[in-house]
Design a protein around this ligand. Sequence first.
Ligand code: NZQ
Ligand code: ZN
Length: 387
Amino acid sequence: MLNFNFCNPTRMIFGKNTISSLGEQISKEGLKKVILLYGKGSIFKNGVYDEAISSLKENNIEYVELSGIKPNPVLSKVREAIGLMRENEVEAIVAIGGGSTIDTAKAASAGFYYEGDVWDLFEGKAVPKKALPIFTVLTISATGSEMNSGGVITNEDEDKKWGFGSPLLYPKVSIVDPSVQFSLPDNQTVNGAIDTLSHVFELYFDGTKNTDMMDELSEGIIRTMMKHVEILLKHRENYESRAEFAWCSTLALNGYNGTGRKGDWASHNIEHSLSAFYDIAHGAGLAIIFPAWMKYVQQCDVKKFERFAEKIFNITEGTSEEKGAKAIERLKDFYKSLGAPTTLKEIGVNKEDLPKLADNAAMRAPIGSLKKLYREDILSIYEIAYE
Ligand code: NZQ
Ligand code: ZN
């Protein structure tokens, strides 16, 4: 186990009928004027918008709104939010939605106080010194952004989908009412499950030794998520499964599951290049990339893949290597059974584009920790993922 320094300051308010506490939470901090950020309209259909607005009104909190945040959120929208926030002198941000809206809020929160262009924070040219407080109402469990300090934004002029982070960006309060996720289309539920599983894999398969307790936790999250996503595809409105799913997603990437290890994150980098060019959902991209990465790196930690095979898929026959290889196939089959894509070809990627994707993902190479990956390695992974 590696040394660590762990502190997660986000207050998590979790469960049925919790959105009505939004206004009070903001008011308690002495804040009176906020910007409300949200996506393309799901919050009007499922009643979340009305609940949040009533709570703000009851607590005399003024608000301005910015809607239209798209999945794979873009830099131009972050700049628009910062402009509106400065013009209206808001004191906090309320993000209602999923990772895309929350990440836009994080970038805008740091960008609000930064004099240069907010993209500098992604390029590492500056670090946030101050940020506006963020409150979130989560409507799709997937990214863990509701309880972590990172965000991912696409610079659409430069085809860069990059992340940044700062301890200043943990949301102050996040409200998670799993029942608002009844309205999710099945493919979004599946994307959320695969993103969650991938966060666990990034931490689990990172090559750090002696992480027994955290491995048990990771395996618990993996098994729980695999069980409940299947239930939800049959019973979309099963509250208990929505709740298990939601808490798994948060725990996968709120820092706790990363304690004592460093994380790999190569597959996330490789996927981000895919969604920068093809605008596909992050979870769908990971369904394609992660099994391909696993095949490419299995030899670097044969024992860990064997453990994964035994603990997750109860595979007991064969050599260590055979068990690991079988588990990777089983994972891919599981993704297929959920209706997720598992090859680049299926989502319309041209084979001639693979070198361009590899160039993009290698901009910050080497990436990864279990195996350090350079451009040629990344290209090989895209090739494995192709068909
Ligand atoms: O825009 P609306 O109409 O709200 O529709 C959204 C959107 O189309 C819909 N949706 C959300 N809640 C709903 C709903 N539809 C019906 N009922 C509901 N209750 O779902 C769609 C996807 O939303 P989005 O916010 O894009 O999903 P997600 O939470 O998966 O976020 C993905 C983004 O987060 C980044 C990803 O790369 C991607 O850009 N990530 C952020 C991370 C972080 N900050 O820690 C880590 C992740 O690894 C990831 O990279
Ligand atoms: Zn992810």
